[in-house]
Design a protein around this ligand. Sequence first.
Ligand code: NAD
Length: 467
Amino acid sequence: MSSEVSTKVFDGEEASLLVKDLRESFGSGRTRSYEWRVSQVKALQKMVVDNEQEIMDAIRADLARPPFETVVYEIGILKNSCEVALKELKQWMKPEKVKTPIATFPSSAEIVPEPLGVALIISAWNYPFLLSLDPVIGAIAAGNAVVLKPSEISPASSSLLAKLLGKFMDNSCIRVVEGAVDETTALLQQKWDKIFYTGNGRVGSIVMTAAAKHLTPVVLELGGKSPVIVDSNINLQVAARRIISGKWGTNNGQVCVSPDYIITTNDIAPKLVDTLKTELEKFYGRNPLESKDLARIVSSNHFARLTKLLDNDKVSSKIVYGGEKDESRLRIAPTILLDVPRDSLIMSEEIFGPLLPILTVKKLEESFDVINSGTKPLVAYLFTTNKKFKEQFVMNVSAGALVVNDTVVHFGIHTLPFGGVGESGMGAYHGKFSFDAFSHKKAVLYRSVIGDFSIKYPPYTDTKLRV
Ligand code: NAD
């Protein structure tokens, strides 16, 4: 299924023709000029601005997400990415002069960013517009042709993306392929110059294996269990509100940077639970299943996956708040669990939903061992006022990002690279990092034919060796 009206199955042959088309467009040099790049970023910006309501409706159909969240976290960040690219592109494209050593005197050198060619972007369902279009902005700003494959799990968003990109963008260089595993597999069989994938690590490994066949570089934006450490010295109300906002206030926990679990000390845990309950009730009322300010679970498969995490007496007996579900409407209430067994399923896989376990330790320093004993998270959060503990956190915890005294907001800061480490991913994007992700930094050395010293040429005499 391509963005063009077609009844044909999108198979390897179609995929190969599509890449051939785009390779020809790229080969014509069309995408390389500053003017083309700016015109396409502007077209994308206009597409988002002119279609805000349609975008909100599509996301509402896919996730029942409150429009406020879509405006702030999806449309707002996208508009900002366009503005940043338009403001800074000239600077990003400039070759960077670098020093040269005496051994090559006289010479000069520069690093010239060049587009990689034809890029494939495979995106996920949870922020279907942001996770599709933010990398597209990077790819076109860097002068590439690009194919976007949105997620089939958010079908209304996928079809709107195909429709809008088909209408607003230069389709000789920018195309959308809709579809699921078969279509993505057909795309992955082709030779690309960059593959940018957002989603889970199991598919990340499939993507990387396919890319390896053609020595194609990849960016993998994956997930993981992102912890939150809460210290006793913190204003618990502020910490609770910021944790709630990052957990339930962004897609009801279905975000890669969502707080996955909390670590705090035994004495603080009951106070933290009470504060979370009080603030949750203020935000979502006594019956959160009815709240219009909470997104639903995306699909019945994901609903079943989350239900399974609670489907164990040793875990479900630890629920201290929430736990209500409505399968017919795919709704799960904000749920807090205290002291679940560390070897339970809920503590071994990424939750990606509205369940929040709290682990307790005797001393907060132990939390570093808890985090480092698992796979490297996409982000780790800490709430504290203790300067020394902040420093220890930065020194001792390896994650894609670290945030002190807030959650999730780092995603919107374009001067910071966004990406994982280890199992949470490789490569990064946002702002200039997006441009770099889709560029090759070409080393260029200019020598002069003046001063052609003979010392490096044979015959290699003893005198030359001693110089
Ligand atoms: P998903 O189900 O939408 O899958 C992602 C993409 O992979 C889709 O386009 C899908 O069609 C494709 N896909 C699925 N199975 C495939 C297969 N067998 N072969 C080839 N392609 C295949 O999304 P998901 O994986 O459920 O997304 C959730 C995960 O993504 C979580 O782990 C989350 O943390 C992570 N995530 C990471 C980021 C980030 O920026 N780092 C952002 C969002 C989500």
